[in-house]
Design a protein around this ligand. Structure first.
Ligand SMILES: C[S@@+](CC[C@H](N)C(=O)[O-])C[C@H]1O[C@@H](n2cnc3c(N)ncnc32)[C@H](O)[C@@H]1O
Length: 260
């Protein structure tokens, strides 16, 4: 019965996907261009930062990051986590493939001298080396990127993160945990035949990929043990904005360091 209920939303998902633009940079710019605002009652599905969520992020960063190093927030979106990290670390640099996202983040960070943003694709060969040449070794925070990349892109991103972190930086990543397929994931977000949260519809209309599973197995594939030391992994929640306000969905996190 549950499977049938999930299956019934499929035509609408296909309808959105068939009309969506193509091309990775384009879909993200299309998405961000259409956004009014973020936050708990805003348009951005993953921007439901609650006090509990922001405290979790800062606690992890304070526990694991060397405070003497810069922090790079990879796939920073509209800058929510970069702004948060900049309360405790400096400098903080947010990086995103979408110029539209970076423009929004810059607007929100106006007047913060040790917080900056730039446009870069973290799967592009050399992206990590370029950032490291400018910043030196850095701690890296990533939230909600690896679960939307395919395996090849994840490996490319991990290679860049190794270059960026160098021998002293630590990588803290948090991704929605495997929900057991796209339809089950949509159900977790409150998608039903009779109810389709606007924050989710907005993602599908723009052509954003639906997250894939990301857990221990995917971590080991993207960050192989001969190159990476896993300091810790675990489960947490990620606050998303659906009908009725922020909702916590299950998430997976890991803290890693490059092997020297
Ligand atoms: C799910 S959002 C998460 C945003 C932010 N980390 C947060 O949690 O609020 C994913 C972000 O990754 C960015 N992105 C997608 N592919 C990317 C890539 N290859 N390199 C850098 N950023 C990317 C998108 O533009 C988008 O802002």
């Amino acid at each position: 019965m549950a499977a049938l209920r999930r299956f019934l939303v499929l035509p609408r998902v296909i309808w959105y996907a068939a009309r969506a633009p193509r091309g990775r940079d384009r879909v993200w710019d299309t998405y961000w261009r259409d956004i009014g605002g973020g936050g708990a009652d805003g348009d951005v599905l993953w921007d439901g930062a609650t006090d509990r969520g922001t405290r979790w992020c800062l606690d992890q960063a304070l526990r694991h990051f060397d405070p003497a190093l810069p922090v790079v927030d990879v796939a920073c979106g509209n800058g929510t986590q970069a702004l948060l990290l900049a309360d405790r670390f400096a400098p903080v640099v947010g990086v995103d493939v979408s110029g539209e996202a970076v423009a929004r983040a810059r607007q929100r960070a106006a007047g913060r001298s040790r917080l900056s943003f730039r446009v870069a694709d973290i799967t592009r060969p050399g992206a990590g080396r370029d950032l490291a040449a400018e910043l030196g070794p850095a701690n890296v925070h990533i939230r909600g990127l690896l679960h939307i990349l395919d395996e090849r892109q994840r490996r490319a991103a991990a290679g860049n993160l190794a270059d960026l972190a160098g021998e002293r930086g630590v990588v803290l990543l948090v991704e929605t945990a495997g929900a057991g397929g796209a339809l089950r994931y949509l159900e977790q977000l409150g998608v039903r035949l009779t109810a389709f949260p606007q924050t989710v519809a907005r993602c599908l209309r723009a052509g954003l990929p639906i997250p894939r599973d990301f857990g221990e197995r995917e971590l080991a594939r993207a960050f192989p043990a001969d190159r990476w030391q896993v300091l810790t992994t675990g489960t947490t929640d990620l606050d998303v904005v659906v009908t009725g306000g922020p909702t916590a969905v299950p998430a997976f996190y890991a803290v890693l360091k490059r092997r020297t």
